[in-house]
Design a protein around this ligand. Structure first.
Ligand code: ADE
Ligand code: ZN
Length: 346
C-alpha cells in the first residue's frame, strides 16, 4: 500500500471539491455556537453528522430542517443547506474559506478549484456576490499565510431556472468577483431530468465572458448528461462523468476534446452511484485514454481526505507510484490555474 505521507508529498491540485463538503465538526459546532443555534442534542444524532452518514440527514431540532432519514444524494444536499445556513456573517464565511485552504495544504494540495453553490447558503440569498467577496478574503488571507491557492467555480443548482442562471452569469461577467474563474452546475440530475437545454444560453454567455465551464454529469444521469455537458454547455471538465464508460462514442469525444473527468470514487460508492470500489469504472476510463483526475467531492461529510482516497484507489485499482505521479501532474493540467501558476506547480 502506498502510504499517505508519500501521497501528501506529491505536488498536486484538486479540481472537484465542494466548499460545502469541507466543514469539519468543529467548524459546524463553532458556527452553531456563534449563531446561537441549538444542535441536535442526543449524541446519536451528532454522531450521524460526524460519521459521515450526513446524507442520511440528522434529525435537526432547530436551525432549519435537514429532514430525517433521506438517504442518497438528495438527502445529502439537504444536509448541505442546513449546514451552510450556519454561515451568516462575512467573518464566518472568510473563516470557512481559510479552513478549506488549510485542509487542502494538509493534503499537499498546492492549488485547488473549489465549487461554491450559493443556493445552499441561505443567509446569502440575494447577496451571492457578497458571499463570493467574503470567501475570497479568506482565501486571500490563506494564500498570504503560504497555504493552498484557491479559485472559485460558481455553481448553479440544477433546479434553478434559465432566467436565474443567465442573471447569475451576467452578474459574474460584469462584476468579475475576485477569484471566481468558472461557472459550474451541480445538484441531483435524477430530480430534474436533463438540463442541458435550460442552461445552454447561460453557459454560452459564460464562455463568451471568459469564464471556464465545469459541469456535474454522468453521476445521477447516464451518458446523455455527459453528452449535454459537452455539446450544449461547452464543458471543459466534467465533474464525475463516470457513466461515460457506457458509451464508446462518448469516450472518443472526451479523449478527442481533451475533456477531463473529475472522478470521486469514494463519493460514488458512499452515495450509492457505484456498488463498490471494485466495480467503479475509474480504471476503465483511465485505460480508455480519458484524462481522469482523482478527487474527494465532499471530504468532510464523507469522512475522508484526499490522501486517504488516493491510497485506497491505488490499492483497489492497482495503481503504482508512477501512476499516482501521473494523477498528480494531470490534476494540475486539468485545473483552471493560469499557465504561469501551472508551470510553477509542476
Ligand atoms: N453538491 C455537492 N456534492 C454533490 C454531488 N456529489 N453531486 C451533485 N451535487 C453536489
Ligand atoms: Zn461534486
Amino acid at each position: 500500500r502506498i502510504d499517505e505521507h508519500t501521497i501528501r508529498s506529491l505536488p498536486k491540485a484538486e479540481v472537484h471539491v465542494h466548499l460545502e463538503g469541507t466543514f469539519s465538526l468543529l467548524d459546524i459546532l463553532t458556527l452553531a455556537k456563534d449563531n446561537g443555534v441549538r444542535l441536535p442534542g442526543p449524541a446519536a444524532t451528532l454522531f450521524d453528522i460526524t460519521t459521515h452518514d450526513a446524507f442520511t440527514a440528522p434529525a435537526v431540532t432547530s436551525g432549519g430542517g435537514a429532514g430525517a432519514g433521506a438517504a442518497g444524494l438528495s438527502g445529502f444536499l439537504r444536509f448541505l443547506d442546513w449546514q451552510c445556513g450556519l454561515v451568516r456573517t462575512p467573518a464566518q464565511a472568510a473563516r470557512v474559506a481559510y479552513a478549506f485552504a488549510a485542509r487542502q495544504s494538509a493534503s499537499g494540495v498546492r492549488y485547488s478549484d473549489v465549487i461554491v453553490n450559493p443556493t445552499h447558503w441561505n443567509a446569502w440569498h440575494g447577496r451571492e456576490l457578497a458571499l463570493m467577496d467574503a470567501l475570497a478574503s479568506g482565501f486571500d488571507e490563506a494564500e498570504q499565510d503560504g497555504l493552498c491557492a484557491v479559485s472559485i467555480a460558481y455553481s448553479l443548482l440544477r433546479s434553478q431556472s434559465a432566467a436565474d442562471a443567465e442573471a447569475v452569469v451576467t452578474d459574474l461577467i460584469t462584476r468579475r468577483p475576485h477569484r471566481v474563474v468558472a461557472l459550474s452546475v451541480d445538484g441531483d440530475e435524477k430530480v430534474t431530468g436533463r438540463t442541458g437545454e435550460k442552461f445552454r444560453a447561460a453557459f454560452a454567455r459564460a464562455a463568451q465572458g471568459g469564464l471556464h465551464r465545469t459541469v456535474h454529469a454522468g453521476e445521477s444521469s447516464g451518458p446523455e448528461g455527459v453528452w449535454d455537458a459537452v455539446e450544449l454547455l461547452q464543458a471543459e471538465r466534467i465533474d464525475h462523468g463516470v457513466r461515460a464508460v457506457e458509451d464508446p462514442a462518448l469516450l472518443d469525444r472526451l479523449v478527442g476534446g481533451g475533456i477531463s473527468l473529475g472522478v470521486c470514487p469514494r463519493s460514488n460508492v458512499t452515495l450509492g452511484i457505484s456498488p463498490s470500489w471494485h466495480e467503479h469504472p475509474l480504471r476503465r476510463l483511465h485505460e480508455a485514454g480519458v484524462l481522469v483526475t482523482l478527487n474527494t467531492d465532499d471530504p468532510a461529510p464523507l469522512g475522508t481526505t484526499l490522501e486517504a482516497d488516493w491510497a485506497v484507489a491505488a490499492e483497489q485499482f492497482g495503481f503504482d507510484h508512477a501512476d499516482l505521479v501521473g494523477f498528480a501532474a494531470r490534476s494540475i493540467d486539468a485545473s483552471f490555474a493560469d499557465p504561469d501558476t501551472k508551470a510553477s506547480l509542476h
